[in-house]
Structure formats: C-alpha cells, structure tokens
Design a protein around this ligand. Structure first.
Ligand code: EPU
Length: 321
C-alpha cells in the first residue's frame, strides 16, 4: 500500500487540480461532522476525474465521491484513499429540444438552484426539487424526491465513469430508478453529468406545484445542521411517523439529537461526532424494531465507516444496551 505522502505526490504529478493532504471534511457536509481525507481533490476537468478513477482502480486505493454532503456522515478519523469532490464540476447547458428543454448538467451543480431556474423560466417537472439540498449527482445516485416525484421521472441520460475507469453514456431505459434508489449508484461509478428533460408549464401550474411541495416539507426543521431524513420510508409507512410514535424525538447521543419537530431528522446541536450520529441512528432503529417489528433502512450514508451499519448487523435483530 502506497504511503499517504506517496499517494498525494503521485497524484499531484498527474493532475491539473491541487491535491490536498489531510483535508478537513466536516464543513463539506450539511450535518457538519467528521474527520479528514488523507487525499482530497476538486477536479474541474474531465481528464482529472478519469485520472483519479483509473489510478485508484489500478492501485487498489479506496475511492470516495462527495457531492453536496447533504446525505452523508464522514467518519471521525482519517479517511484512507482518495476523496473526490464534484463541487467545482457544476456547469449547465440549457438546450431546446422541440417542445421541451433539456438541461445538460454536471454532477456538482446544486439541484435546488437548477430547479429554481427551471421554475423561473417556465419549465415544469423539477418543482419537487426546490427544497432538496445537495448536488444533481447526489440526487441522481439516491433518486432524491418528494411527494411521489423523483429524479428518475425527468432523467434522459446519465454520463458516468464506470468502476473500471471507462466512460459510458446510460440512456433512460438502461437504468432504473425506484424509491430513493438508482441502479447506477455504485461505490466505484462516478456520475459526471446528466440530461434532465422538462416541458413548458403554465405559471399557475408551476406555482401550484411549488406550493404543494413547500407544504409537504411543513414540519421539517430548517436552518439547522442535519443530513435530511435519517431513514427511508418503509413500504406504505412514514419513517418519521413511526419514529415519533416510538418516542424517538429528543433522543440524544453526545451532541447528536433527534429533532423535536420531525423525528426522521438528526441534528448536530454543537460538536457532534460521526460516532454520536451512528449510535443515535442505531438506537432509533433498534427502538422502532423492538416496538413495531419494522427494521428501518438508513438513508444517510456513512462514508469511511465501512462496517457502520453492515447488513449482517441489521439482520442480527435488536441491539440492547
Ligand atoms: N409525522 C409525524 N411525526 C414526525 C414526522 C412525521 O407524525 O415526527 C407524520 C407527518 O405529520 C405526516 C407523515 O408523518 O403526516 C409523513 O411525514 P412527512 O411529511 O415528513 O413525509 P415523509 O413521508 O416522512 C418524505 C421524504 C422527505 C420529503 C417529504 C416531502 C423520505 C424518507 N422522506 O417524508 O424527504 O421531503 O416526504 O415530500 O422519503 C429526505 O429524503 O431526506 C427527505 C427529507
């Protein structure tokens, strides 16, 4: 295994963008917790993304991709390998396509600002996304959505670097999007850009949609440090309602606390650590399992914490104490 200094030096010789060693990560997540990346880069060119992906594949170096950090908890300690941020890969081109318009957008672009521009320009289809934090790439990977709508409904094409370092264009129909899941999401696949198709909408229709999605977010906490919903909704139920009924509101682990307004939100009330968040997620999951028999699946991703909530552990039943 290459040393940390060796890794950064080797990469710096190959890239146009700077390679940072021991880069603190907490400010890159909306929850504001976590340690640092041993090796970190923010590419602005396709070639740099390719070099990074191919290098890690060839050398067997762990490879992590970070978008808007709105659904992620970084491990407290050093995160070995390479952490690549898409935040400077954020261009967008609006292209007329007959009656419709297609936004060809790089993965680091803010989803909410894309949705804002679309609504302002009179294009409908992305109103659900106006209140969703994070980048387009992260939203595609997790099929982000609200009120029954999701990214999959408007995706025409996704352009990606495959786990082996090759480039591939995936057209609609070649991949699938279901509730909070996209078949393209994989540890090693780097989503570079996508094409989002929208149609012209009446102002009254767009305003109505915006209002509907705004009201759906009613009791969600605002202006606080959180990573959005902690758990996915199980079939036919709301995770928030279940957690609430099981008395999870106000549960605490260190500086991580379950929101008093919406039980599916964990907040960082000060200096929460990734371990605090992980134990709170476990405690909430275990409590719901004990009381209802329903095993909630986390929606938050724990980066650099490989065994955080391993499937074996999830199958092991309730943890006590
Ligand atoms: N509820 C409670 N107590 C709570 C939380 C919710 O009783 O503590 C009740 C609500 O009053 C409501 C029902 O449960 O009657 C549903 O709750 P909510 O309105 O929050 O909707 P949801 O199904 O839990 C989903 C998404 C949100 C998205 C909203 C709005 C998931 C896990 N959550 O929440 O997405 O913003 O719908 O469309 O799919 C996210 O994924 O990060 C996220 C925030």
């Amino acid at each position: 295994m290459m040393s940390r200094a060796g890794l950064a030096d080797a990469l710096q010789g190959l890239l146009h963008c700077p390679v940072e060693r021991d880069r603190p990560l907490s400010a890159l997540s909306t929850l504001g917790v976590g340690g640092w990346a041993e090796c970190y880069a923010e590419p602005t060119e396709l070639e740099d993304f390719l070099v990074l992906r191919r290098f890690s594949h060839r050398e067997g170096v762990p490879f992590h991709i970070v978008g808007g950090g709105s659904n992620v908890v970084f491990a407290d300690g050093p995160i070995p390998g390479i952490v690549v941020s898409t935040r400077k890969w954020d261009a967008v081109w609006w292209m007329p396509a007959g009656e419709r318009v297609v936004a060809d957008v790089q993965s680091g672009h803010s989803l909410a600002s894309l949705a804002g521009v679309a609504a302002k320009e009179g294009w409908t289809g992305l109103e659900f996304a106006l209140g969703i934090p994070g980048t387009v790439g992260g939203a595609v990977a997790g099929n982000a959505g609200a009120g029954g709508r999701g990214m999959g409904d408007c995706l025409e094409e996704v352009f990606a670097i495959e786990p082996d370092g090759s480039l591939r264009r995936w057209r609609a129909g070649e991949f699938s999007c279901t509730y909070r899941r996209c078949s393209l999401a994989s540890e090693g696949r780097l989503l570079l850009s996508c094409k989002i198709a929208l149609r012209p909408g009446l102002r009254i229709e767009i305003e109505g949609n915006l209002e509907r999605f705004r009201s759906l977010r009613g009791i969600q906490p605002h202006g606080v440090r959180s990573a959005g919903c902690s758990f996915k909704n199980p079939d036919g139920e709301s995770a928030g309602r279940l957690l609430d009924r099981c008395g999870c509101k106000g549960m605490v682990s260190g500086d991580a606390v379950v929101s008093d307004s919406h039980a599916n939100f964990i907040l960082n009330r000060g200096r929460a650590t990734a371990e605090d968040v992980l134990s709170l997620v476990r405690a909430c999951r275990d409590r719901v399992l004990e009381r209802t028999g329903i095993l909630l699946e986390p929606e938050i991703k724990f980066l650099g914490m490989a065994c955080a909530l391993a499937p074996e552990e999830e199958r092991g039943g309730p943890r006590l104490g």
